[in-house]
Design a protein around this ligand. Structure first.
Ligand code: COA
Length: 311
């Protein structure tokens, strides 16, 4: 009996922006970006809006889950690049999907931790019995809020969307076993965007907070689940920077073979990064039913956390 991810979906824009392309735009190099971040290329949404990407990812997740749209009672969309000031991007996606008004729809603003926050909210609604089937989405058009003349940030981010259909199932072995989510508002200045302005970041500070926060939250979530790091079959971390991911894995004592990485291909897609990674891990056969999976993220807020799933 538990909360089960029934289906996953993604949308990735077809346009690829490589480090070599960036060399022509700002004073940077493929070597610098690769060494400091592990990123080789990212996707850029030229014609697609964040709603287009979120809707496409959601449609695939719904198809893969094999559910009827009418059954969806809750839509939680995580983004830091919403379509409008208001209403919530979730409502625009609800319209595009043709979901009935019986579905509640809202956004969560927790930056790169957004998908974990959304999954935790959905899990709580499902476990309380108030809702039976939820659609959670992480969708970002970060190319629209990045300063393309600032080499310290523009090389890091990319666009995309990922979605999951989540159900409470009486007969399921799958479940969210533990979640530990945090926020430290006193440090919001380390990573933020002024109204209609560009994303601003203190890179070194965020780096340290990410390694410490993700490692600590992971250990706490595992403890809550009654598990040890060696019990984890697969880690799906937020894909911000390969050095952060490796440092977190090292602190946990989990070998990199058990850690899913695709930051090289997409850069940091913020709230979309974990669902895109889950989707690709599933496609590649690295994520299988019954596995113990650790999710962990850190982002603006500052927000961070970790969740342990039995997939
Ligand atoms: N290309 C070339 N040089 C660059 C550069 C780029 N794209 N960006 C910055 N530099 C330069 C800096 O100007 C600085 O030069 P200086 O020594 O002459 O002043 C030098 O590289 C070192 O900069 P620094 O910011 O100290 O580098 P770093 O090792 O901390 O790496 C980040 C920078 C951004 C890659 C790293 O701090 C990081 O990944 N932070 C976390 C970011 C993140 O993941 N944020 C989202 C979290 S959800």
């Amino acid at each position: 009996m538990g909360t089960r991810i029934e289906g996953l979906g993604v949308y990735l824009p077809s346009e690829v922006l490589t480090n070599f392309d960036l060399e022509k735009m700002v004073d940077t190099s493929d070597e610098w970006i690769t060494q400091r971040t592990g990123i080789k290329e990212r996707r850029i949404a030229r014609s697609e809006s964040v709603v287009d990407m979120a809707t496409a990812a959601a449609e695939e997740a719904i198809r893969n889950a094999g559910v009827n749209k009418e059954e969806i009672e809750l839509v939680v969309l995580a983004t830091l690049s919403p379509e409008l000031g208001f209403p919530a991007t979730a409502c625009l996606v609800q319209e595009r999907l043709g979901l009935p008004p019986s579905a509640m729809a809202f956004d969560v603003s927790a930056a790169c931790s957004g998908f974990l926050y959304a999954l935790d909210v959905a899990d709580a609604y499902l476990k309380s019995g108030k809702k039976k089937l939820a659609l959670i989405i992480g969708a970002e058009k970060l190319s629209s809020i990045v300063d393309w003349s600032d080499r310290s940030t523009c090389v890091l981010f990319g666009d995309g969307a990922g979605a999951a259909v989540v159900r409470f199932d009486e007969n399921s072995e799958s479940d969210v076993l533990a979640s530990k989510l945090y926020a430290k508002g006193s440090e919001w200045r380390a990573l933020y965007r002024e109204n209609c302005g560009y994303l601003k970041m203190e890179g070194r500070k965020v780096f340290k907070e990410a390694v410490n926060g993700m490692a600590q939250a992971s250990l706490e979530a595992l403890r809550e689940a009654g598990l040890r790091p060696e019990d984890v079959d697969l880690v799906v971390p937020h894909q911000a920077n390969l050095r952060i991911i490796k440092a977190v894995a090292e602190r946990l004592g989990i070998p990199m073979e058990k850690v899913f990485v695709n930051v090289d291909r997409y850069g940091n897609t913020s709230a979309a990064s974990i669902p895109i990674a889950l989707y690709e891990a599933l496609k590649e056969g690295k994520l299988r039913r019954g596995m113990t999976v650790l999710l962990t993220a850190m982002g603006g807020g500052l927000t961070w956390g970790a969740m342990v799933l039995r997939y």
